[in-house]
Design a protein around this ligand. Structure first.
Ligand code: HEM
Length: 163
C-alpha cells in the first residue's frame, strides 16, 4: 500500500513538474506576437530597437561584426547597416507572425538559413542572437515581458534552425 502511494505521489509530482515547464502553445504564440509589435514598434523606434539588439549581440560576439563588412557592421548606426537590419528584422517579424503555421515557418527558416549559411553563420550565432533578442525585449517590455512564453517559443525557433 505504502509503495502504491509512493508511486502515485511520484507520478503526480512528475506531472506537476511537466505542467510547470514553459510551453509555446497557441496562447503563448499570440502573446509573443502582441509583445513583439509593442517592443519593435514603428518608424524611428524600430531603428532604436535594432541598435540596442545589435549592440548586445556584437558585445557578446565581437567576431561576428566581420560577417557584416559589406553592410558596415563596424557601425550599427550607419544607414547601410540600418537598411540591412530592417530587412533582417522584417523577416524576424514574419517568423514571429508565422509560429502557428509550421509549414510556412519551415519555408521562411529555410530561406534565412540559405542566405546565412553562405556567410558562415553558425548555430552558436543563432543561439547568441536569440539570447540578445530576449535581453533587448526585456529592456523594452520591462515587467510586462512574458518570460516563459518567449523562452519557450524562442527555444522552439532555435530547434527549428537546427533541423
Ligand atoms: C532569426 C534570426 C535571423 C534572421 C531572421 C535573419 C535574416 C536575414 C535576412 C532576411 C538576410 C538577407 C538581408 C538582405 O536582404 O541583405 C540575412 C542576411 C545575413 N545574415 Fe541573417 N538572419 C538571422 C540571424 C543571423 C545571425 C545569427 C547571423 C550571424 C551573425 C546572421 C548573419 C547574416 C549575414 C552576415 C547576412 C548577410 C548576407 C550577405 O552578405 O548577403 N544572421 N539574414
Amino acid at each position: 500500500m505504502l509503495l502504491a502511494v509512493a508511486v502515485l505521489l511520484g507520478v503526480t509530482l512528475v506531472a506537476l513538474a511537466d505542467d510547470d515547464k514553459p510551453k509555446c502553445g497557441p496562447l503563448q504564440k499570440l502573446k509573443i506576437k502582441r509583445q513583439w509589435d509593442k517592443a519593435y514598434g514603428e518608424a524611428h523606434h524600430r531603428a532604436e530597437f535594432s541598435v540596442h539588439l545589435w549592440n548586445h549581440f556584437f558585445k557578446d560576439h565581437p567576431a561576428a561584426r566581420d560577417l557584416y563588412k559589406k553592410f558596415r557592421g563596424d557601425n550599427v548606426y550607419h544607414p547601410r547597416f540600418q537598411a540591412f537590419s530592417s530587412r533582417a528584422l522584417e523577416t524576424l517579424t514574419m517568423i514571429i507572425d508565422t509560429t502557428d503555421d509550421p509549414e510556412a515557418l519551415k519555408e521562411i527558416i529555410k530561406f534565412v538559413k540559405a542566405d546565412d549559411a553562405e556567410q558562415g553563420v553558425t548555430h552558436e550565432y543563432y543561439d547568441g542572437f536569440l539570447a540578445s533578442l530576449l535581453e533587448t525585449l526585456a529592456e523594452y517590455l520591462d515587467t510586462h515581458l512574458d518570460w516563459d512564453a518567449w523562452t519557450a517559443c524562442l527555444n522552439q525557433l532555435e530547434e527549428a534552425t537546427k533541423s
